[in-house]
Ligand binder design. Sequence first.
Ligand SMILES: CC(C)(COP(=O)(O)OP(=O)(O)OC[C@H]1O[C@@H](n2cnc3c(N)ncnc32)[C@H](O)[C@@H]1OP(=O)(O)O)[C@@H](O)C(=O)NCCC(=O)NCCS
Length: 206
Amino acid sequence: MEASAKARGTGIAKRSPEYVAHKMEEGKAVIALSGDGTWAGFCYIETWEGEYVANSGLIVSPQFRKGGVAKAIKQRIFELSREKYPDAKLFGLTTGLAVMKINSDLGYEPVTYSELTQDEKFWAGCQSCVNYDILMSKERKNCLCTAMLFDPKEHAVVEEVTKEFAKRKPVFERLLRFKQNRFLKRLTIDRNGGRKLKMFFFNLLS
Ligand SMILES: CC(C)(COP(=O)(O)OP(=O)(O)OC[C@H]1O[C@@H](n2cnc3c(N)ncnc32)[C@H](O)[C@@H]1OP(=O)(O)O)[C@@H](O)C(=O)NCCC(=O)NCCS
């Protein structure tokens, strides 16, 4: 992970191998393998202040890149994070376009750094980044990384409305068929007398 961060000229909040190994033991990691068991990619979960979750350390083995592996890993780690911490806000800090695209598809939105965890331990992770001086010169309000956040509360409303709509869909469809039938009847009548058209609009909206 560190080597690929250097290769793309950005920084990384460096973690020890023991730290990452512990994440695997705790079941807070996703490991992608190919059919023959070759390692293909990795990502793990970190928590901050009990209410923020970050999906960190995303990496795909070079031979498996550009084939949707990162997307699949992020989808799985997102689901795992939501299962383990349903009320937590999920966030990410990245300079990578691929990650921004994937996060955006998952429902993350760009936010200012003030929306992220203010846990000192999280920000201490940036000390090993080459851009740390920039972050500090901007009083931790901004840097080269884009901050993205998934707030479950905001999505709960959308999910609730979607569920409710799915539940009522047959009723809506029946209502729509009924209105369409009435509309067609009205139109037929309307060819003989224009005043009936007003009735159609009234019926459709009522
Ligand atoms: C970034 C990385 C994880 C992407 O993995 P991947 O398996 O190739 O990504 P995917 O194939 O799932 O692609 C996901 C999306 O990102 C796009 N994408 C992939 N690599 C990209 C790149 N280098 N630049 C711009 N977009 C890229 C894909 O086109 C796809 O977009 P689409 O859904 O619009 O088609 C991988 O290149 C990597 O491990 N890089 C080194 C480590 C790293 O940078 N990690 C991220 C730290 S924030």
